[in-house]
Design a protein around this ligand. Structure first.
Ligand SMILES: *[C@@H]1O[C@H](CO)[C@@H](O)[C@H](O)[C@H]1NC(C)=O
Ligand SMILES: *[C@@H]1O[C@H](CO)[C@@H](O)[C@H](O)[C@H]1NC(C)=O
Ligand SMILES: *[C@@H]1O[C@H](CO)[C@@H](O)[C@H](O)[C@H]1NC(C)=O
Ligand SMILES: *[C@@H]1O[C@H](CO)[C@@H](O)[C@H](O)[C@H]1NC(C)=O
Ligand SMILES: *[C@@H]1O[C@H](CO)[C@@H](O)[C@H](O)[C@H]1NC(C)=O
Length: 522
């Protein structure tokens, strides 16, 4: 009995099918649900994150036998701000989950980059036992992982990290009293108000720093001077939480109040350099402000006088700039540390920038970097894929977000040569720098930094010769003291008590000396 040709064919066909399905079965379907704000209004809007995610996904090619990735982009051209996203995100997520999700893929949620939206989606993610990876500007509440156990926050800016860095600096310089100036103008990202509240509350309640807070209007000179006057009588350290463009007027007002002569220290905050999002913290505005404005010159004066006038004019303009530049020598800026420019980091970000034009029609300006809030999604996807792969290889269930989160947290990853540190609470820990104006170039340079890996504050190093940078204290060689010698009001009891006797003692000593001299003459 020989099998008929038809039977052989059928058998072959079945084996081929089995072989194929075996190969197919080894690739797990993975759906990446990605939430985007349309446009480029925030650092995690579609224009910035979509090219990052596209590149990150491409770089997962080595997992193609393990994962069959499908992308699910969720956005609406009408929704360009967090207000809109906050209203829509949970609805969109639910609709997709119950109506459009085909098969039973492993699901990963990325975004949304808005806090309120992120917290409502994170509640769903908990119900669905789905991992959620996000990067937002604001993290209040999101770090409560009892509530959001499947959420990992990749944001480079977790408030608690800034507060801790600030405290470590104050402690390092011996400061226990601060005045905080908050300006809520130009706060399109909802960044400064929550930061101000966070800094004020944390310094007082967690770190026992004596802090006073004032809401100021930087464009109203009298208003600024009024609050500076208030701070004068309580602190020597001023923390300014405001849009970059509002720092210069505050520093110029401080200069007028003689509060930039080396007795006061100012700390401002800028997550990363970006004129688009945070304005520019610069002493040099080309004298566009009222105080440095170019006045018109009368042409009826004689030529010699005219030249003289031009010279004085030039001098007065450059003096205004010099004013600002002098004032800025008392100013320090806290920022995220710039990523290490490793060759792999350069290669990937250059490619993201190059392709962003065709993906989202956004053109990076010369010198503009892929911002760290968007880059966070590159690391997030890379780590997510690693954990899914590991879970599958270990025979675990890649649909169990609880156990996958535990696997992802309390670990340090190296991606593109950068340390990506996820705390035991599932929040990113990043490095920070303290920047000061370089006296020669007038540019801000890092002078101190916080290393999240080593948990220490230390001097920055020059990338060229690896020498350590020194802080240059204006008009002095050490940090100005926390409190003036005789107290803020000059009425410390010991000053009253000690000074006069000292003078009498000196007088007495002088008389005694004179007496000795006179005695010696005889
Ligand atoms: C996926 O996990 C397996 C088992 O741990 C490992 O051998 C493999 O290299 C991983 N794949 C990638 C692309 O890392
Ligand atoms: C990958 O997933 C998509 C969507 O779930 C599915 O249509 C496709 O057949 C899958 N491809 C493979 C090779 O499994
Ligand atoms: C977007 O807004 C416009 C007008 O505000 C409206 O006509 C349009 O239907 C909206 N589109 C969507 C997709 O909601
Ligand atoms: C907080 O600081 C004040 C002085 O600045 C000190 O008297 C007090 O003991 C401190 N409290 C704690 C709990 O450290
Ligand atoms: C801030 O001050 C400027 C100049 O006095 C004024 O025009 C503006 O309305 C003020 N802004 C607020 C929010 O009070």
């Amino acid at each position: 009995m020989y099998p008929s040709n038809a039977q052989i064919l059928c058998f072959l066909f079945l084996s081929v099918c089995a072989a194929i399905s075996c190969v197919m079965a080894s690739a797990v379907d993975v759906a990446l649900m990605q939430f985007y704000l349309w446009g480029d209004k925030t650092s995690t809007s579609l224009s910035f994150v979509a090219p990052v995610m596209a590149k990150a996904e491409e770089d997962l090619a080595s997992y193609k036998d393990v994962m069959n990735i499908t992308r699910v982009l969720i956005y609406d051209r009408n929704v360009t701000t967090c207000d809109g996203m906050d209203q829509k995100a949970a609805f969109w997520a639910t609709r997709y989950y119950y109506h459009n999700l085909v098969g039973n893929p492993v699901l990963g949620i990325f975004g949304p980059g808005c806090r309120t939206a992120a917290s409502s989606v994170a509640s769903l993610a908990r119900e669905w036992n789905t991992p959620m990876l996000t990067s937002t500007f604001e993290d209040y509440g999101l770090s409560n992982k009892k509530r959001y156990p499947t959420l990992t926050n990749f944001s480079p800016y977790i408030h608690q990290n800034l507060n801790m860095f600030l405290y470590r600096l104050l402690d390092h310089f011996g400061y226990s009293t601060v005045g905080i100036l908050c300006d809520d103008a130009n706060d399109n990202l909802g960044l400064y108000v929550p930061t101000c509240t966070g800094v004020f509350d944390t310094l007082r309640l967690q770190y026992n720093i004596s802090a006073s807070r004032f809401y100021v209007n930087a464009t109203d000179e009298l208003n600024v001077k009024f609050y500076l006057e208030q701070i004068k009588s309580i602190a020597r350290v001023v923390i300014i939480i405001a849009h970059g463009d509002r720092i210069r007027p505050i520093m110029l007002a401080a200069l007028d109040k003689k509060m930039t002569e080396g007795d006061y220290v100012y700390f401002a905050f800028e997550p990363f350099p970006s004129k688009r999002f945070f304005g520019s913290i610069s002493w040099d505005t080309g004298d566009s402000d009222k105080r440095g404005a170019v006045r018109t010159i009368s042409k009826t004066v004689s030529p010699e006088l005219w030249i003289f006038r031009v010279q004085t004019l030039y001098l007065s303009c450059s003096l205004k700039s010099l004013d600002a530049r002098t004032a800025f020598r008392s100013l320090f800026v806290l920022s995220l540390r710039k990523p290490d420019a490793t060759p792999e980091y350069r290669k990937v970000t250059d490619e993201i920038k190059r392709r962003s034009q065709s993906i989202t029609n956004y053109t990076y300006a010369a010198g503009e970097e892929v911002n760290p809030f968007a880059m966070a999604y590159y690391y997030a996807l890379g780590i997510y894929a690693k954990v899914v792969n590991h879970t599958i290889a270990a025979g675990g269930n890649p649909q169990d977000a609880y156990s996958m989160s535990k696997m992802m947290w309390n670990r340090t990853y190296t991606i593109l040569g950068q340390d990506i540190i996820i705390s035991a609470n599932g929040d990113r820990e990043t490095d920070w720098t303290l920047n000061q104006i370089d006296v020669e170039t007038g540019m801000f340079l890092p002078v101190m930094e916080y290393s999240a890996r080593r948990k220490i504050v230390e001097p920055s190093r020059d990338p060229v010769d690896n020498s350590t940078r020194q802080i240059v204290w204006y008009n002095r060689d050490s940090p100005p003291p926390n409190e003036p010698k005789c107290g803020y009001r000059g009425v410390k009891p010991q000053c009253d008590a000690i000074k006069p006797p000292n003078q009498y003692q000196q007088l007495a000593a002088a008389v005694l000396n004179l007496f000795e001299v006179v005695k010696g003459m005889f």
